[in-house]
Write a protein that binds this ligand. Structure first.
Ligand SMILES: Cc1cc2nc3c(=O)[nH]c(=O)nc-3n(C[C@H](O)[C@H](O)[C@H](O)COP(=O)(O)O)c2cc1C
Length: 283
């Protein structure tokens, strides 16, 4: 709900086309029809309030979206709105919302039949006890159950877990790029030796953020003196490795390919069945 004041006096309108468009500075865009009283207010006073409706506020949306300020003084409807005083803008805010933001206009641009109105947030409050009201296909909804993104869960031994955990270095998802070179039921592996022991996985690298994954893999393969030919289309394998109660998410971007010549001594083909992680990657 967008609150405003100005030539059309204190007002509120429902605006589902409202979204954050920058972190720093914190900017909010609202798309307002130029015929709305709200539009005239914002154009004149260059400020507005953004009030994100809580699940129990459907009737406020009906009123603010169903009537214009030219028809009734919506904010005065006695059995509907409770107002809060703003600190930096003249328009009031709506009580009981999940978020109230006070905005100063930074840009306005007509796009199609609506006008994009961008405001810089100068004050914001968030009530974490509330849940947002969802408007979808003309109906109101509450936020439902969380959908966990599907990842294959793989139990690994302590050494392997520790290795990937160290590489993740606190990141929620460790992003790897690897070569998937299969020959029948066997797969090309690399041996890794750590101070805790050794283990095998596919040849892989952890590319720097923002860097080209295919190139990072090629560099790694060259350093490992592995002569392989890779296809250009990546595959993604999203895993959770587990050891006792500890978990680490890993994304493997995989490039399939074949050996160009015999591998070096430490890199070889191994049965996919030899290891749960190899099985998960190769599946
Ligand atoms: C759920 C809902 C969402 C709406 N979203 C928008 C919107 O994003 N932009 C817009 O211009 N109008 C939107 N409207 C319509 C305005 O709220 C409506 O035209 C209102 O009467 C304008 O009020 P005003 O003339 O007092 O400013 C929406 C209406 C409803 C019911």
């Amino acid at each position: 709900m967008i609150t405003s004041t100005g030539p059309c006096r204190d007002n509120v309108m429902a605006a589902e086309w409202t979204m954050q468009v920058s972190y720093d500075p914190l900017l909010i865009a609202v798309f307002v029809h130029p015929s709305a009283a709200t539009f005239k207010n914002i154009k004149k006073t260059k400020e507005f309030g953004v009030n994100v409706a809580a699940a129990e506020q459907t009737s406020l949306i009906n009123i603010s979206g169903g009537y214009s300020r030219t028809e009734i003084d919506k904010l005065k409807v006695r059995n509907a709105f409770n107002l809060l005083k703003s600190r930096y803008i003249k328009a009031p805010l709506i009580a009981g919302c999940i978020i109230n933001a006070e905005c100063k206009l930074v840009a306005m641009k007509k796009l199609g039949d609506h006008t994009m109105v961008i405001g810089k947030v100068v004050a914001i409050r968030y009530d974490k006890t509330k849940t947002p009201l969802i408007y979808h296909t003309g109906k109101y909804h509450r936020i439902g159950s969380v959908i966990e993104p599907f990842r294959q869960v793989v139990r690994v031994n302590k050494i392997t877990f520790k290795w990937f955990l160290d590489q993740a270095d606190g990141r929620f998802v460790l992003k790897c790029v690897g070569a998937l070179i299969k020959s029948g039921k066997r797969i090309l592996v690399s041996q890794h030796t750590t101070k805790n022991g050794s283990y095998t996985t596919i040849p892989y690298a952890v590319p720097k953020r923002g860097s080209d994954h295919a190139k990072a893999l090629l560099v790694h393969l060259k350093q490992s003196e592995l002569k392989v030919e890779l296809k250009h289309t990546p595959i993604i394998e999203r895993l959770i490795i587990k050891n006792k109660n500890r978990v680490q998410r890993i994304n493997f971007i995989l490039f399939e390919g074949k050996l160009r010549s015999k591998s070096t001594e430490q890199d070889r083909l191994e049965s996919v069945r030899a290891d749960a992680l190899l099985q998960a990657i190769a599946s």
